[in-house]
Write a protein that binds this ligand. Structure first.
Ligand code: M6R
Length: 608
Protein backbone atom coordinates (compact mmCIF):
# COMPACT_ATOMS: atom_id res chain seq x y z
CA UNK A 1 0.00 0.00 0.00
CA UNK A 2 1.39 3.40 -0.99
CA UNK A 3 -0.10 6.88 -1.23
CA UNK A 4 -0.26 8.80 -4.49
CA UNK A 5 -1.28 12.40 -4.98
CA UNK A 6 -1.48 14.87 -7.86
CA UNK A 7 -2.46 18.52 -8.08
CA UNK A 8 -3.02 21.22 -10.69
CA UNK A 9 -3.47 24.67 -9.23
CA UNK A 10 -4.44 27.99 -10.75
CA UNK A 11 -2.80 29.79 -7.82
CA UNK A 12 0.92 29.24 -7.68
CA UNK A 13 3.26 26.41 -6.81
CA UNK A 14 1.88 23.00 -5.91
CA UNK A 15 4.95 21.51 -4.17
CA UNK A 16 3.91 22.58 -0.64
CA UNK A 17 0.36 21.31 -1.30
CA UNK A 18 1.72 17.93 -2.42
CA UNK A 19 4.01 17.79 0.59
CA UNK A 20 1.14 18.41 3.03
CA UNK A 21 -1.11 15.92 1.21
CA UNK A 22 1.57 13.24 1.38
CA UNK A 23 1.88 13.85 5.13
CA UNK A 24 -1.84 13.07 5.38
CA UNK A 25 -1.26 9.86 3.39
CA UNK A 26 1.75 8.78 5.41
CA UNK A 27 -0.39 6.17 7.20
CA UNK A 28 -0.32 4.28 3.86
CA UNK A 29 3.45 3.87 3.94
CA UNK A 30 6.58 5.77 4.85
CA UNK A 31 9.61 4.02 3.37
CA UNK A 32 10.42 6.80 0.95
CA UNK A 33 8.86 9.92 -0.51
CA UNK A 34 9.06 11.86 -3.74
CA UNK A 35 7.55 14.69 -5.75
CA UNK A 36 7.70 15.70 -9.42
CA UNK A 37 6.57 19.04 -10.82
CA UNK A 38 6.51 20.61 -14.28
CA UNK A 39 7.72 24.14 -14.91
CA UNK A 40 8.63 25.90 -18.16
CA UNK A 41 8.64 22.62 -20.09
CA UNK A 42 10.97 20.89 -17.60
CA UNK A 43 10.45 18.08 -15.14
CA UNK A 44 11.71 18.66 -11.58
CA UNK A 45 12.02 15.75 -9.16
CA UNK A 46 13.00 15.37 -5.52
CA UNK A 47 12.89 12.02 -3.80
CA UNK A 48 14.67 9.99 -1.15
CA UNK A 49 14.31 7.13 1.25
CA UNK A 50 13.01 7.86 4.75
CA UNK A 51 9.97 9.46 6.29
CA UNK A 52 8.54 12.64 4.79
CA UNK A 53 9.86 14.92 7.55
CA UNK A 54 13.35 13.46 7.29
CA UNK A 55 13.42 13.81 3.50
CA UNK A 56 11.98 17.33 3.67
CA UNK A 57 14.66 18.37 6.17
CA UNK A 58 17.40 17.34 3.75
CA UNK A 59 15.87 18.29 0.39
CA UNK A 60 13.17 20.92 1.08
CA UNK A 61 10.27 19.37 -0.81
CA UNK A 62 8.49 22.74 -0.95
CA UNK A 63 10.77 24.61 -3.31
CA UNK A 64 10.03 22.65 -6.49
CA UNK A 65 8.65 25.09 -9.07
CA UNK A 66 5.41 24.79 -11.06
CA UNK A 67 1.67 24.67 -10.64
CA UNK A 68 1.29 21.01 -11.59
CA UNK A 69 2.82 17.98 -9.92
CA UNK A 70 2.53 14.51 -8.45
CA UNK A 71 3.80 12.88 -5.26
CA UNK A 72 4.20 9.54 -3.60
CA UNK A 73 4.74 8.02 -0.17
CA UNK A 74 5.93 4.44 -0.44
CA UNK A 75 5.30 1.11 1.25
CA UNK A 76 7.86 -1.06 -0.47
CA UNK A 77 6.68 -4.20 -2.26
CA UNK A 78 9.18 -4.54 -5.15
CA UNK A 79 12.68 -3.25 -4.50
CA UNK A 80 14.21 -2.23 -1.19
CA UNK A 81 13.21 1.08 0.41
CA UNK A 82 16.11 3.01 -1.15
CA UNK A 83 16.31 6.35 -2.93
CA UNK A 84 16.68 4.64 -6.31
CA UNK A 85 13.36 2.85 -5.80
CA UNK A 86 11.50 5.91 -4.50
CA UNK A 87 8.75 7.30 -6.77
CA UNK A 88 8.23 9.18 -9.08
CA UNK A 89 9.84 6.97 -11.73
CA UNK A 90 10.78 8.31 -15.12
CA UNK A 91 11.34 7.19 -18.70
CA UNK A 92 14.77 7.06 -20.38
CA UNK A 93 14.75 10.79 -21.26
CA UNK A 94 13.26 11.96 -17.94
CA UNK A 95 10.33 13.61 -19.69
CA UNK A 96 7.61 11.46 -18.07
CA UNK A 97 7.10 10.88 -14.36
CA UNK A 98 4.85 8.23 -12.81
CA UNK A 99 3.67 7.52 -9.28
CA UNK A 100 1.97 4.20 -8.59
CA UNK A 101 0.19 2.30 -5.84
CA UNK A 102 -0.31 -1.40 -6.48
CA UNK A 103 1.53 -4.38 -7.89
CA UNK A 104 2.23 -4.97 -11.59
CA UNK A 105 2.22 -8.74 -11.89
CA UNK A 106 3.72 -8.97 -15.36
CA UNK A 107 6.46 -6.39 -14.81
CA UNK A 108 9.34 -8.87 -15.27
CA UNK A 109 8.16 -9.81 -18.77
CA UNK A 110 7.50 -6.19 -19.68
CA UNK A 111 10.87 -5.08 -18.33
CA UNK A 112 12.73 -7.71 -20.34
CA UNK A 113 10.82 -6.75 -23.46
CA UNK A 114 11.57 -3.04 -22.93
CA UNK A 115 15.24 -3.67 -22.10
CA UNK A 116 15.57 -5.67 -25.31
CA UNK A 117 14.37 -2.61 -27.16
CA UNK A 118 17.03 -0.48 -25.51
CA UNK A 119 15.24 1.03 -22.49
CA UNK A 120 17.48 1.73 -19.51
CA UNK A 121 16.03 0.96 -16.09
CA UNK A 122 17.24 2.70 -12.96
CA UNK A 123 15.19 1.01 -10.23
CA UNK A 124 14.16 -2.44 -9.10
CA UNK A 125 10.49 -1.47 -8.95
CA UNK A 126 7.58 -2.83 -10.94
CA UNK A 127 6.42 0.78 -11.48
CA UNK A 128 9.23 1.88 -13.76
CA UNK A 129 7.91 -0.23 -16.66
CA UNK A 130 4.90 2.10 -16.82
CA UNK A 131 7.05 5.15 -17.55
CA UNK A 132 8.91 3.30 -20.32
CA UNK A 133 5.71 1.91 -21.85
CA UNK A 134 4.29 5.44 -22.02
CA UNK A 135 7.56 6.70 -23.51
CA UNK A 136 7.34 4.08 -26.28
CA UNK A 137 3.72 4.89 -27.04
CA UNK A 138 4.50 8.61 -27.22
CA UNK A 139 7.55 8.11 -29.43
CA UNK A 140 6.34 5.46 -31.83
CA UNK A 141 3.18 7.26 -32.92
CA UNK A 142 1.71 10.69 -32.62
CA UNK A 143 -0.37 9.82 -29.59
CA UNK A 144 -1.48 12.29 -26.95
CA UNK A 145 -0.42 11.66 -23.35
CA UNK A 146 -3.93 10.39 -22.60
CA UNK A 147 -3.75 7.87 -25.48
CA UNK A 148 -0.23 6.80 -24.55
CA UNK A 149 -1.28 6.10 -20.95
CA UNK A 150 -4.29 4.15 -22.24
CA UNK A 151 -1.97 2.08 -24.42
CA UNK A 152 0.39 1.46 -21.54
CA UNK A 153 -2.17 0.47 -18.91
CA UNK A 154 -3.84 -1.93 -21.32
CA UNK A 155 -0.60 -3.95 -21.16
CA UNK A 156 -0.52 -4.08 -17.37
CA UNK A 157 -1.66 -7.05 -15.32
CA UNK A 158 -2.19 -6.53 -11.63
CA UNK A 159 -3.33 -3.65 -9.48
CA UNK A 160 -2.60 0.00 -9.98
CA UNK A 161 -3.58 3.54 -9.26
CA UNK A 162 -1.21 5.77 -11.20
CA UNK A 163 -0.72 9.46 -11.84
CA UNK A 164 1.43 10.55 -14.78
CA UNK A 165 2.86 13.91 -15.91
CA UNK A 166 4.83 14.64 -19.05
CA UNK A 167 6.71 17.64 -20.40
CA UNK A 168 4.88 17.04 -23.71
CA UNK A 169 1.53 18.11 -22.21
CA UNK A 170 2.53 20.16 -19.19
CA UNK A 171 -1.01 21.15 -18.21
CA UNK A 172 -2.33 17.62 -17.59
CA UNK A 173 -2.16 14.79 -15.09
CA UNK A 174 -3.36 11.46 -16.45
CA UNK A 175 -4.45 8.85 -13.89
CA UNK A 176 -5.75 5.31 -14.15
CA UNK A 177 -7.09 2.75 -11.75
CA UNK A 178 -7.42 -0.99 -11.41
CA UNK A 179 -8.03 -2.45 -7.93
CA UNK A 180 -6.05 0.23 -6.08
CA UNK A 181 -8.03 3.19 -4.75
CA UNK A 182 -8.18 6.52 -6.58
CA UNK A 183 -10.33 9.57 -5.87
CA UNK A 184 -10.48 13.06 -7.32
CA UNK A 185 -10.90 16.29 -5.37
CA UNK A 186 -12.39 19.39 -6.96
CA UNK A 187 -11.43 22.68 -5.33
CA UNK A 188 -12.25 26.29 -6.31
CA UNK A 189 -8.88 26.83 -7.94
CA UNK A 190 -7.33 23.41 -8.04
CA UNK A 191 -7.99 19.78 -8.92
CA UNK A 192 -6.48 16.81 -7.14
CA UNK A 193 -6.11 13.06 -7.52
CA UNK A 194 -5.23 10.89 -4.54
CA UNK A 195 -5.22 7.39 -3.12
CA UNK A 196 -7.57 8.51 -0.42
CA UNK A 197 -9.85 11.37 0.60
CA UNK A 198 -7.81 12.62 3.63
CA UNK A 199 -5.10 13.78 1.21
CA UNK A 200 -7.24 16.69 0.00
CA UNK A 201 -9.94 16.93 2.66
CA UNK A 202 -8.66 20.18 4.26
CA UNK A 203 -8.70 21.72 0.75
CA UNK A 204 -12.03 20.51 -0.59
CA UNK A 205 -14.84 18.17 0.33
CA UNK A 206 -16.09 17.89 -3.25
CA UNK A 207 -14.95 14.56 -4.63
CA UNK A 208 -15.37 11.99 -7.37
CA UNK A 209 -14.63 8.28 -7.01
CA UNK A 210 -12.70 6.70 -9.88
CA UNK A 211 -13.74 3.10 -10.55
CA UNK A 212 -11.69 0.11 -11.62
CA UNK A 213 -10.92 0.14 -15.32
CA UNK A 214 -11.10 3.93 -15.64
CA UNK A 215 -8.66 6.56 -16.84
CA UNK A 216 -8.85 10.22 -15.84
CA UNK A 217 -7.45 13.34 -17.44
CA UNK A 218 -7.07 16.21 -14.98
CA UNK A 219 -6.57 19.70 -16.36
CA UNK A 220 -6.99 23.26 -15.01
CA UNK A 221 -10.56 23.09 -16.41
CA UNK A 222 -11.51 20.00 -14.40
CA UNK A 223 -11.64 16.28 -15.12
CA UNK A 224 -12.61 13.79 -17.81
CA UNK A 225 -13.15 10.07 -17.15
CA UNK A 226 -12.88 7.33 -19.78
CA UNK A 227 -13.17 3.56 -19.73
CA UNK A 228 -9.81 1.90 -20.29
CA UNK A 229 -11.38 -0.93 -22.29
CA UNK A 230 -12.95 1.11 -25.11
CA UNK A 231 -12.01 4.73 -24.32
CA UNK A 232 -15.69 5.66 -24.03
CA UNK A 233 -16.52 8.72 -21.95
CA UNK A 234 -18.00 8.30 -18.48
CA UNK A 235 -20.10 10.99 -16.81
CA UNK A 236 -20.01 11.16 -13.04
CA UNK A 237 -21.33 13.80 -10.69
CA UNK A 238 -19.12 14.95 -7.80
CA UNK A 239 -20.22 14.17 -4.25
CA UNK A 240 -19.77 16.11 -1.02
CA UNK A 241 -18.02 14.22 1.80
CA UNK A 242 -18.97 15.21 5.32
CA UNK A 243 -16.17 13.31 7.08
CA UNK A 244 -13.89 14.86 9.66
CA UNK A 245 -10.17 14.42 8.86
CA UNK A 246 -9.97 11.71 11.54
CA UNK A 247 -12.90 9.78 10.04
CA UNK A 248 -11.38 10.17 6.61
CA UNK A 249 -8.11 8.46 7.56
CA UNK A 250 -10.19 5.51 8.73
CA UNK A 251 -12.26 5.73 5.54
CA UNK A 252 -15.37 6.30 7.62
CA UNK A 253 -14.83 3.28 9.88
CA UNK A 254 -14.93 4.01 13.60
CA UNK A 255 -11.64 2.18 14.20
CA UNK A 256 -8.59 1.09 12.22
CA UNK A 257 -9.18 -2.49 13.33
CA UNK A 258 -12.58 -2.62 11.64
CA UNK A 259 -11.15 -0.95 8.54
CA UNK A 260 -8.38 -3.52 8.48
CA UNK A 261 -10.81 -6.43 8.91
CA UNK A 262 -12.68 -5.07 5.89
CA UNK A 263 -9.45 -4.68 3.91
CA UNK A 264 -8.78 -8.41 4.01
CA UNK A 265 -10.33 -9.30 0.63
CA UNK A 266 -8.08 -6.72 -1.05
CA UNK A 267 -5.01 -7.87 0.90
CA UNK A 268 -5.67 -11.48 -0.02
CA UNK A 269 -5.87 -10.47 -3.67
CA UNK A 270 -2.45 -8.85 -3.28
CA UNK A 271 -0.95 -11.99 -1.77
CA UNK A 272 -1.91 -13.80 -4.96
CA UNK A 273 0.40 -11.51 -6.91
CA UNK A 274 3.65 -12.68 -5.35
CA UNK A 275 6.63 -13.10 -7.59
CA UNK A 276 6.87 -16.79 -8.31
CA UNK A 277 10.64 -17.03 -8.16
CA UNK A 278 10.72 -16.00 -4.49
CA UNK A 279 8.24 -18.75 -3.64
CA UNK A 280 10.33 -21.16 -5.69
CA UNK A 281 13.56 -20.14 -4.04
CA UNK A 282 12.09 -20.40 -0.56
CA UNK A 283 10.52 -23.78 -1.24
CA UNK A 284 13.92 -25.02 -2.48
CA UNK A 285 15.50 -24.07 0.86
CA UNK A 286 12.65 -25.75 2.74
CA UNK A 287 12.97 -28.86 0.62
CA UNK A 288 16.70 -29.20 1.33
CA UNK A 289 16.57 -28.58 5.08
CA UNK A 290 17.03 -31.38 7.54
CA UNK A 291 14.71 -29.65 10.00
CA UNK A 292 12.46 -26.63 9.58
CA UNK A 293 11.40 -24.32 12.39
CA UNK A 294 8.55 -21.85 11.97
CA UNK A 295 9.35 -19.10 14.43
CA UNK A 296 7.13 -16.17 15.44
CA UNK A 297 5.16 -14.45 18.20
CA UNK A 298 1.46 -13.77 18.81
CA UNK A 299 -0.71 -13.80 15.73
CA UNK A 300 2.24 -14.58 13.47
CA UNK A 301 2.91 -17.65 15.61
CA UNK A 302 -0.69 -18.78 15.09
CA UNK A 303 -0.15 -18.43 11.35
CA UNK A 304 2.96 -20.62 11.75
CA UNK A 305 1.01 -23.21 13.69
CA UNK A 306 -1.61 -23.41 10.93
CA UNK A 307 1.17 -23.49 8.32
CA UNK A 308 2.73 -26.53 9.99
CA UNK A 309 -0.46 -28.45 9.11
CA UNK A 310 -0.30 -27.11 5.55
CA UNK A 311 3.31 -28.21 5.06
CA UNK A 312 2.58 -31.59 6.54
CA UNK A 313 -0.66 -32.28 4.68
CA UNK A 314 0.34 -30.89 1.30
CA UNK A 315 4.11 -31.30 1.05
CA UNK A 316 4.61 -34.10 3.60
CA UNK A 317 7.15 -31.89 5.36
CA UNK A 318 7.31 -31.98 9.14
CA UNK A 319 7.97 -28.49 10.52
CA UNK A 320 8.24 -27.26 14.07
CA UNK A 321 6.25 -24.17 14.98
CA UNK A 322 8.01 -22.49 17.88
CA UNK A 323 7.07 -19.42 19.93
CA UNK A 324 10.05 -17.19 19.26
CA UNK A 325 10.75 -16.33 22.90
CA UNK A 326 11.18 -20.06 23.59
CA UNK A 327 13.37 -20.85 20.62
CA UNK A 328 16.77 -20.25 22.20
CA UNK A 329 15.91 -22.26 25.32
CA UNK A 330 14.36 -25.09 23.38
CA UNK A 331 16.53 -25.38 20.29
CA UNK A 332 19.46 -23.00 20.81
CA UNK A 333 21.97 -25.83 21.33
CA UNK A 334 20.73 -28.14 18.59
CA UNK A 335 20.00 -25.77 15.71
CA UNK A 336 22.77 -26.07 13.12
CA UNK A 337 23.92 -25.68 9.54
CA UNK A 338 21.31 -28.17 8.33
CA UNK A 339 18.42 -26.31 10.01
CA UNK A 340 16.20 -23.79 8.30
CA UNK A 341 14.32 -21.14 10.24
CA UNK A 342 11.31 -19.53 8.60
CA UNK A 343 10.72 -16.43 10.75
CA UNK A 344 7.31 -14.81 10.38
CA UNK A 345 6.78 -11.27 11.62
CA UNK A 346 4.43 -8.57 10.41
CA UNK A 347 6.75 -5.80 11.60
CA UNK A 348 9.98 -7.64 10.97
CA UNK A 349 11.22 -5.98 14.16
CA UNK A 350 9.86 -8.15 16.98
CA UNK A 351 12.73 -8.58 19.43
CA UNK A 352 11.92 -12.17 20.40
CA UNK A 353 11.73 -13.25 16.76
CA UNK A 354 14.97 -11.49 15.91
CA UNK A 355 16.70 -13.05 18.93
CA UNK A 356 15.69 -16.50 17.70
CA UNK A 357 16.91 -15.63 14.22
CA UNK A 358 20.25 -14.35 15.58
CA UNK A 359 20.79 -17.51 17.54
CA UNK A 360 20.06 -19.59 14.44
CA UNK A 361 22.37 -17.46 12.28
CA UNK A 362 25.22 -17.77 14.75
CA UNK A 363 24.92 -21.51 14.39
CA UNK A 364 24.98 -21.24 10.58
CA UNK A 365 21.34 -22.15 10.05
CA UNK A 366 19.51 -20.78 7.00
CA UNK A 367 17.10 -17.95 7.78
CA UNK A 368 14.05 -17.24 5.63
CA UNK A 369 11.64 -14.38 6.36
CA UNK A 370 7.98 -13.59 5.84
CA UNK A 371 7.14 -10.02 6.78
CA UNK A 372 5.03 -7.02 5.90
CA UNK A 373 7.88 -4.54 6.05
CA UNK A 374 10.54 -4.60 3.36
CA UNK A 375 13.65 -2.98 4.79
CA UNK A 376 12.90 -4.26 8.29
CA UNK A 377 15.63 -6.05 10.25
CA UNK A 378 14.11 -9.40 9.32
CA UNK A 379 14.50 -8.69 5.61
CA UNK A 380 18.12 -7.69 6.18
CA UNK A 381 19.07 -10.88 7.98
CA UNK A 382 17.10 -13.33 5.82
CA UNK A 383 18.63 -15.33 3.01
CA UNK A 384 15.31 -14.98 1.16
CA UNK A 385 12.26 -13.03 2.26
CA UNK A 386 8.72 -12.64 1.02
CA UNK A 387 6.44 -9.70 1.66
CA UNK A 388 2.97 -10.52 3.01
CA UNK A 389 1.62 -7.57 0.96
CA UNK A 390 -0.97 -6.26 3.40
CA UNK A 391 0.07 -2.62 3.68
CA UNK A 392 0.47 -0.82 7.02
CA UNK A 393 -1.52 -2.34 9.86
CA UNK A 394 -2.27 0.32 12.43
CA UNK A 395 -4.64 -1.42 14.85
CA UNK A 396 -2.58 -3.10 17.57
CA UNK A 397 -4.55 -6.29 17.05
CA UNK A 398 -3.23 -8.10 14.00
CA UNK A 399 -6.05 -9.06 11.62
CA UNK A 400 -5.12 -8.74 7.97
CA UNK A 401 -1.69 -9.99 9.01
CA UNK A 402 -3.04 -13.42 9.91
CA UNK A 403 -4.98 -14.02 6.71
CA UNK A 404 -2.30 -12.57 4.44
CA UNK A 405 0.47 -14.58 6.07
CA UNK A 406 -1.63 -17.73 5.75
CA UNK A 407 -2.30 -17.11 2.09
CA UNK A 408 1.44 -16.74 1.44
CA UNK A 409 2.29 -19.80 3.55
CA UNK A 410 -0.36 -21.86 1.73
CA UNK A 411 1.19 -20.88 -1.60
CA UNK A 412 4.59 -21.87 -0.27
CA UNK A 413 3.29 -25.24 0.93
CA UNK A 414 1.68 -25.83 -2.45
CA UNK A 415 4.87 -24.91 -4.26
CA UNK A 416 6.83 -27.32 -2.10
CA UNK A 417 4.23 -30.05 -2.61
CA UNK A 418 4.60 -29.63 -6.36
CA UNK A 419 8.39 -29.74 -6.14
CA UNK A 420 8.18 -32.93 -4.11
CA UNK A 421 5.55 -34.48 -6.37
CA UNK A 422 3.19 -34.88 -3.44
CA UNK A 423 -0.01 -33.56 -5.02
CA UNK A 424 -1.56 -34.42 -8.32
CA UNK A 425 -1.99 -31.71 -10.95
CA UNK A 426 -5.77 -31.94 -10.45
CA UNK A 427 -5.42 -31.36 -6.72
CA UNK A 428 -2.99 -28.49 -7.32
CA UNK A 429 -5.40 -26.85 -9.75
CA UNK A 430 -8.31 -27.36 -7.36
CA UNK A 431 -6.43 -25.82 -4.42
CA UNK A 432 -5.09 -22.95 -6.53
CA UNK A 433 -8.64 -22.18 -7.66
CA UNK A 434 -9.91 -22.28 -4.08
CA UNK A 435 -7.08 -19.99 -2.98
CA UNK A 436 -8.06 -17.56 -5.73
CA UNK A 437 -11.66 -17.62 -4.51
CA UNK A 438 -10.79 -16.73 -0.91
CA UNK A 439 -10.93 -12.94 -1.32
CA UNK A 440 -14.55 -13.27 -2.48
CA UNK A 441 -15.34 -15.77 0.26
CA UNK A 442 -13.98 -13.43 2.93
CA UNK A 443 -15.90 -10.54 1.38
CA UNK A 444 -19.10 -12.56 1.58
CA UNK A 445 -18.55 -13.50 5.23
CA UNK A 446 -18.07 -9.88 6.19
CA UNK A 447 -21.07 -8.79 4.14
CA UNK A 448 -23.48 -11.41 5.40
CA UNK A 449 -22.30 -12.08 8.97
CA UNK A 450 -21.18 -8.78 10.47
CA UNK A 451 -24.62 -7.86 11.84
CA UNK A 452 -25.06 -11.38 13.19
CA UNK A 453 -21.70 -11.23 15.00
CA UNK A 454 -22.59 -7.80 16.38
CA UNK A 455 -25.78 -9.31 17.84
CA UNK A 456 -23.82 -12.21 19.37
CA UNK A 457 -21.32 -9.79 20.90
CA UNK A 458 -24.18 -7.86 22.51
CA UNK A 459 -25.61 -11.07 23.92
CA UNK A 460 -22.34 -12.23 25.47
CA UNK A 461 -20.82 -8.88 26.33
CA UNK A 462 -20.88 -9.53 30.08
CA UNK A 463 -19.40 -13.02 29.91
CA UNK A 464 -16.53 -13.38 32.35
CA UNK A 465 -14.65 -16.02 30.37
CA UNK A 466 -14.70 -17.54 26.90
CA UNK A 467 -13.60 -20.91 25.64
CA UNK A 468 -12.39 -21.47 22.03
CA UNK A 469 -12.11 -24.96 20.62
CA UNK A 470 -10.89 -26.19 17.24
CA UNK A 471 -9.34 -29.34 15.85
CA UNK A 472 -6.55 -29.96 13.41
CA UNK A 473 -5.48 -26.87 11.54
CA UNK A 474 -8.25 -24.87 13.20
CA UNK A 475 -6.66 -25.29 16.58
CA UNK A 476 -4.60 -22.34 15.36
CA UNK A 477 -7.81 -20.46 14.50
CA UNK A 478 -9.11 -21.11 18.02
CA UNK A 479 -5.89 -19.73 19.52
CA UNK A 480 -6.12 -16.68 17.31
CA UNK A 481 -9.78 -16.07 18.25
CA UNK A 482 -8.83 -16.22 21.91
CA UNK A 483 -5.87 -13.87 21.51
CA UNK A 484 -8.03 -11.28 19.72
CA UNK A 485 -10.75 -11.39 22.39
CA UNK A 486 -8.29 -11.21 25.28
CA UNK A 487 -6.12 -8.43 23.94
CA UNK A 488 -8.79 -5.95 22.90
CA UNK A 489 -11.95 -6.85 24.86
CA UNK A 490 -10.04 -7.86 28.02
CA UNK A 491 -12.08 -11.05 28.39
CA UNK A 492 -10.00 -13.83 29.95
CA UNK A 493 -10.26 -16.72 27.52
CA UNK A 494 -8.81 -20.15 26.94
CA UNK A 495 -8.27 -22.06 23.74
CA UNK A 496 -7.49 -25.71 23.26
CA UNK A 497 -7.47 -28.38 20.63
CA UNK A 498 -11.02 -29.67 21.15
CA UNK A 499 -9.80 -33.19 21.90
CA UNK A 500 -7.76 -31.91 24.83
CA UNK A 501 -10.65 -30.10 26.50
CA UNK A 502 -11.84 -33.17 28.35
CA UNK A 503 -8.38 -33.64 29.86
CA UNK A 504 -8.92 -30.78 32.27
CA UNK A 505 -10.39 -27.51 30.99
CA UNK A 506 -13.93 -28.88 30.73
CA UNK A 507 -14.14 -28.68 34.53
CA UNK A 508 -14.55 -24.91 34.15
CA UNK A 509 -17.78 -25.28 32.23
CA UNK A 510 -21.06 -24.50 33.92
CA UNK A 511 -24.42 -23.19 32.79
CA UNK A 512 -24.15 -20.38 30.29
CA UNK A 513 -20.35 -20.65 29.83
CA UNK A 514 -19.72 -19.49 26.24
CA UNK A 515 -17.80 -21.98 24.12
CA UNK A 516 -16.86 -21.05 20.56
CA UNK A 517 -16.42 -24.02 18.22
CA UNK A 518 -14.57 -23.62 14.94
CA UNK A 519 -16.31 -26.33 13.04
CA UNK A 520 -15.60 -26.78 9.33
CA UNK A 521 -16.96 -29.85 7.57
CA UNK A 522 -13.61 -31.59 7.30
CA UNK A 523 -12.26 -34.83 8.71
CA UNK A 524 -12.60 -33.46 12.25
CA UNK A 525 -16.33 -32.70 11.96
CA UNK A 526 -17.69 -35.89 13.50
CA UNK A 527 -15.52 -35.67 16.60
CA UNK A 528 -16.26 -31.95 16.90
CA UNK A 529 -19.96 -32.77 17.05
CA UNK A 530 -19.14 -35.12 19.92
CA UNK A 531 -17.22 -32.31 21.69
CA UNK A 532 -20.15 -29.95 21.21
CA UNK A 533 -22.47 -32.53 22.80
CA UNK A 534 -20.10 -32.89 25.77
CA UNK A 535 -20.15 -29.14 26.33
CA UNK A 536 -23.88 -28.84 25.87
CA UNK A 537 -24.46 -31.61 28.39
CA UNK A 538 -22.67 -29.40 30.93
CA UNK A 539 -24.80 -26.36 30.19
CA UNK A 540 -22.36 -24.45 27.95
CA UNK A 541 -23.71 -21.86 25.52
CA UNK A 542 -22.47 -22.98 22.12
CA UNK A 543 -21.38 -20.42 19.54
CA UNK A 544 -20.42 -22.29 16.38
CA UNK A 545 -18.63 -21.06 13.30
CA UNK A 546 -20.02 -23.41 10.67
CA UNK A 547 -20.35 -23.99 6.95
CA UNK A 548 -23.61 -22.55 5.72
CA UNK A 549 -25.31 -25.90 5.07
CA UNK A 550 -24.20 -27.60 8.28
CA UNK A 551 -27.68 -28.09 9.75
CA UNK A 552 -26.43 -30.64 12.25
CA UNK A 553 -24.19 -28.21 14.13
CA UNK A 554 -26.57 -25.29 13.62
CA UNK A 555 -29.22 -27.43 15.34
CA UNK A 556 -26.94 -27.93 18.35
CA UNK A 557 -25.66 -24.37 18.67
CA UNK A 558 -27.21 -21.52 20.66
CA UNK A 559 -25.76 -19.12 18.11
CA UNK A 560 -23.97 -19.75 14.86
CA UNK A 561 -22.01 -17.80 12.29
CA UNK A 562 -21.99 -19.03 8.71
CA UNK A 563 -19.05 -19.42 6.36
CA UNK A 564 -19.49 -20.45 2.69
CA UNK A 565 -19.15 -24.19 2.17
CA UNK A 566 -16.52 -26.08 0.24
CA UNK A 567 -13.30 -24.47 1.50
CA UNK A 568 -10.53 -27.08 1.58
CA UNK A 569 -9.35 -27.92 5.08
CA UNK A 570 -5.82 -26.55 4.58
CA UNK A 571 -7.22 -23.12 3.67
CA UNK A 572 -10.06 -23.05 6.20
CA UNK A 573 -8.40 -20.87 8.90
CA UNK A 574 -8.52 -17.93 6.48
CA UNK A 575 -12.32 -17.70 6.27
CA UNK A 576 -13.02 -19.17 9.71
CA UNK A 577 -10.98 -16.56 11.56
CA UNK A 578 -13.02 -13.63 10.14
CA UNK A 579 -16.03 -14.11 12.47
CA UNK A 580 -13.66 -14.37 15.44
CA UNK A 581 -11.96 -11.08 14.54
CA UNK A 582 -15.37 -9.42 14.27
CA UNK A 583 -16.50 -11.00 17.54
CA UNK A 584 -13.47 -9.63 19.39
CA UNK A 585 -13.94 -6.22 17.79
CA UNK A 586 -17.62 -5.91 18.69
CA UNK A 587 -17.07 -7.35 22.18
CA UNK A 588 -14.45 -4.65 22.79
CA UNK A 589 -16.80 -1.94 21.53
CA UNK A 590 -19.71 -3.31 23.63
CA UNK A 591 -17.50 -3.32 26.71
CA UNK A 592 -16.46 0.26 26.07
CA UNK A 593 -12.85 -0.28 25.02
CA UNK A 594 -10.98 1.23 22.10
CA UNK A 595 -9.92 -1.80 20.01
CA UNK A 596 -7.15 0.14 18.28
CA UNK A 597 -5.17 0.90 21.39
CA UNK A 598 -5.47 -1.88 23.95
CA UNK A 599 -3.84 -1.11 27.29
CA UNK A 600 -0.29 -2.25 28.03
CA UNK A 601 0.39 -3.26 24.40
CA UNK A 602 2.42 -1.89 21.51
CA UNK A 603 2.10 -2.63 17.82
CA UNK A 604 5.67 -3.70 17.53
CA UNK A 605 7.26 -5.35 20.56
CA UNK A 606 10.93 -4.48 20.30
CA UNK A 607 11.99 -5.61 23.77
CA UNK A 608 12.57 -9.16 24.94
O1 M6R B 1 5.14 -7.94 14.09
P1 M6R B 1 4.98 -9.35 14.54
O2 M6R B 1 4.13 -10.17 13.61
O3 M6R B 1 6.28 -10.03 14.81
O4 M6R B 1 4.20 -9.27 15.92
C1 M6R B 1 3.98 -10.38 16.69
C2 M6R B 1 3.08 -10.10 17.86
O5 M6R B 1 3.64 -9.11 18.68
C3 M6R B 1 1.69 -9.65 17.40
O6 M6R B 1 1.09 -10.60 16.56
C4 M6R B 1 0.79 -9.40 18.61
O7 M6R B 1 0.56 -10.61 19.29
C5 M6R B 1 -0.53 -8.76 18.21
N1 M6R B 1 -0.92 -7.82 19.20
C6 M6R B 1 -1.63 -9.76 17.99
O8 M6R B 1 -2.83 -9.16 17.66
Amino acid sequence: MCGIFGCISKNGNVAPIIHEALKRLEYRGYDSVGEATLYNGKLYIKKDQGKIDEVHKIHNLDDLPGNIGIGHTRWATHGAPLKVNAHPHTDCDEQIAVVHNGIIENFSELKLELENRGHMFRSKTDTEVIAHLIEEALKSSSLSLEEAVLDAVRRLEGSYAIAVVSTKEPDKIVCARNESPLVLGLGENAVYCASDIPAFLPLTNKMVVVNDGELVVLSPEGFKIKKISDASLVTREPKIVDWTPEMAVKQGYPHFMLKEIHEQPACLRNTLRLQEHYLDLMSTFLDRAREVFLVACGTSYHACLAASYMFSKLAFLATYPVIASEFVEQHGKSVNIDSTILAVSQSGETADTLAAVNCARQRAATVLGLTNVIGSTLTRVSRVYICQQSGPEIGVAATKTFTSQLSVLAQLALRLAKKRGKVSQDEMDFLAEKLESLPDVVEKIIETQEENVKRIAKKYKDAETFFFLGRGINTATAYEGRLKLMEIAYVPAIAYPAGESKHGPISLVEKGFPVVFICPRDGTHKTMVGNIMEMKARGASIIAVVEEDDDEVKGLADDYIEVPRGIPEVLSPIPFVIPLQLLAYYMAVERGHNPDTPRNLAKSVTVK
